[in-house]
Design a protein around this ligand. Structure first.
Ligand code: PMP
Length: 429
């Protein structure tokens, strides 16, 4: 750090805002898959913020789209007026969502997107009972924290909703771990039926779930689970909300949305993070009859503003024009294979998992399943020393997460892999 920015940060921002690294870094510029800090050190970025820089840094198409809007002299007035690029982006997202006769409501964050989804579901169903999944993360409003099962991220106990918890798809720990895929799905359906019968009054509004739990450490249940759960939900008219904040836009490689691995279409899906490639843009999509269940007026001053949606259009076009979903699958496979090979030599690694360019490594004490956050932290710091940024996560803080730009090249994947494997070797030595 070039000045006392860390001290100033600590003096003026609240202590509950986490900062990465023993010596936090200030990123001052970026290009492609790399960022440079205030000391002039360049890093390969395998986290992209938190999966926010989806198509890399300094993309001319995005810069030009935003500059074009700024040159009109109007950064934003209000979403009470027609905004051409908002409508255009909504049309594209509606078409891609897989949801019939879709309506799109834009917000500024994933938290607000989930709030909006909950607003719709609770209005439609006239119920504030929600099913959520253990170890989930859905945001930082009261309602979003209320449906967040990851306790260290749920900073308030003032929950406006009644929530009942389903088991997570964790394949290492917990009741459903170690079951084969068919048994896992059967047990999860049984769990859902039991929770409905014993912990709710039956008139539940919705189930909200992440296809791959992001903050939870990229944990995912077997493919097909959502379809099996939805069969039960449909018996009661309970809506399914897929939180695609981390899994959307082709990140998982095999599909455009995470829910598609499950062979079922949700009633609502929420998106955020990557679609703005750094600009604040998020939203919820749902069938017209579901979305229009909200009778009162609901509006967001900035949600879908001209600058964010200009960026969003440019980002989405870029993802589609450059087949980035396919790139995520191809380059993700190189990373996954390399990490799995390294894991075989390092007993501190209990699991390498994920899909596409959404991959995680879980660290334990060798020979046990005991989470080892300290060793994960060492790998994290050593990777940074080697010139690679990754993310942390997991219920026990013992997981390292990778969500690089979907534009990552095969060579960059191998370069990052070598740094990471070296860090794992040194941390475990
Ligand atoms: N849902 C998921 C799955 C997330 O990962 C996050 C952010 N980590 C959110 C919702 C909340 O998004 P935001 O931080 O934009 O409010």
């Amino acid at each position: 750090m070039t000045d006392d920015l860390l001290a100033r940060h600590q003096a003026v921002l609240p202590k509950w805002m986490p900062l990465y690294y023993a010596e936090p870094i200030e990123i001052v510029s970026g290009s492609g898959s790399r960022v440079t800090d205030a000391n002039g050190r360049t890093y390969l970025d395998f986290f992209g913020g938190v999966l926010t820089t989806m198509i890399g840094y300094d993309v001319p198409e995005v810069r030009e789209a935003v500059e074009r809007q700024l040159r009109t002299g109007v950064a934003h007035t209000s979403t009470l007026y027609l905004i051409r690029q908002q409508v255009e982006l909504a049309e594209k997202i509606a078409r891609l969502s897989g949801i019939e006769d879709a309506r799109v409501f834009f917000t500024n964050s994933g938290t607000e997107a989930n709030e909006a989804a909950l607003l719709v579901a609770t209005n439609l169903r006239r119920s504030n009972q929600i099913l959520a999944v253990r170890n989930s993360y859905h945001g930082r409003s009261y309602a979003a924290m209320g449906i967040t099962g990851h306790r260290s991220w749920s900073a308030s106990s003032l929950n406006p909703l009644q929530v009942a918890w389903l088991h997570s798809g964790d394949r290492l720990r917990g009741l459903l771990a170690k079951l084969d895929e068919a048994d896992h799905i059967e047990a999860a359906v049984e769990d859902l039926r039991e929770v409905l019968a014993t912990q709710t009054a039956g008139d539940v509004a919705c189930l909200i779930a992440e296809p791959i739990q992001g903050v939870g450490g990229f944990v995912h249940a077997p493919d097909g689970l959502f379809a099996a759960l939805k069969k039960v939900l449909d018996e009661y008219g309970i809506l399914l909300i897929s939180d695609e904040v981390q899994t959307g836009w082709g990140r998982t490689g095999e599909h455009f949305w995470g829910y598609q691995a499950h062979g079922v279409t949700p009633d609502l899906l929420t998106f955020a993070k990557g679609i703005g490639n750094g600009f604040a843009l998020a939203g919820v999509v749902g069938r017209a009859e579901v979305m229009n269940a909200v009778q009162a007026i609901s509006f967001s001053t900035f949600g879908g503003n001209p600058i964010s949606t200009a960026a969003g259009n440019a980002v989405l076009d870029y993802v589609l024009d450059h087949n980035l979903q396919e790139n995520a699958q191809r380059v993700g496979a190189i990373l996954l294979e390399g990490l799995r090979a390294a894991a075989a030599d390092h007993p501190i690694v209990a699991d390498v998992r994920g899909k596409g360019l959404m991959l995680a490594i879980e660290f334990v004490r060798p020979g046990t399943l005991e989470p080892d956050a300290a060793v994960a932290g060492r790998v994290f710091e050593l990777a940074r020393e080697g010139g690679l940024l990754v993310g942390k996560g997991g219920l026990y803080g013992n997981v390292l997460r990778m969500g690089p730009p979907l534009t990552l090249s095969a060579d960059e994947a191998r370069e990052g892999l070598a740094i990471l494997v070296d860090a794992i070797g040194r941390a475990g030595a």
